[in-house]
Write a protein that binds this ligand. Sequence first.
Ligand code: SAM
Length: 209
Amino acid sequence: MTTTSGLDAQKRIYATWAKFYDRIYTRLLARAQREAVAAACTGGPEILEIGVGTGLTLPYFPADRSVTGADLSLDMLRVARARVARDRLAHVRGLFVMDACRLAFADASFDMVTAQFMITLVPDPEQALDEMDRVLRPGGEIIVSSRLVADGGLAAPFWKLVSPLARAVGWSSDFKVSRLTDWAAATGRYETVHVGQGYFKVVRLRKLR
Ligand SMILES: C[S@@+](CC[C@H](N)C(=O)[O-])C[C@H]1O[C@@H](n2cnc3c(N)ncnc32)[C@H](O)[C@@H]1O
């Protein structure tokens, strides 16, 4: 269950981050973001990016896609809107303030859904995944990129130890890949088609037709 205070805390954290987010993260996240965008472009043209933030990924999409962005933080979205205007990103159809757990889109309205460096911050990630599932068409994919840890990794206890610190600055350190793949398996309607390697990982979950 996502609480209002949890959402307010995220908004406060990202109101601060919005001012210098791009300077810190543009290069750091680019590899995983580009990989996730390339995956999101393997399906139909209607793409939803949830937790789009300052829109770092938006220039990575080709002009023949139709990208809708949503984010909890108006401050982050203001930066994204300025980027869209400055770089004339005509493939961006709209940027909306929205909670990942309560999407104001119709059922099955997107070909692909992506969430980059966001799912680990949501208090109830399964609820957010349920919402992504609801708005995704059969045959499409949910593509998540984030700091994700493998189950039973040697460093797992360390990442768990520092997780409160990470959370306080709007980050996450100990979110397990299995939280995503278990959700997919439990639905009975998804297959995990890719789990990436490395510190930042891309996970692809395909909705069966
Ligand atoms: C680390 S930033 C990532 C931004 C962007 N996806 C990127 O890759 O650069 C996390 C973003 O998730 C957003 N976020 C956090 N919780 C959210 C929620 N429940 N619903 C929608 N967006 C959320 C934050 O406002 C922030 O913009």
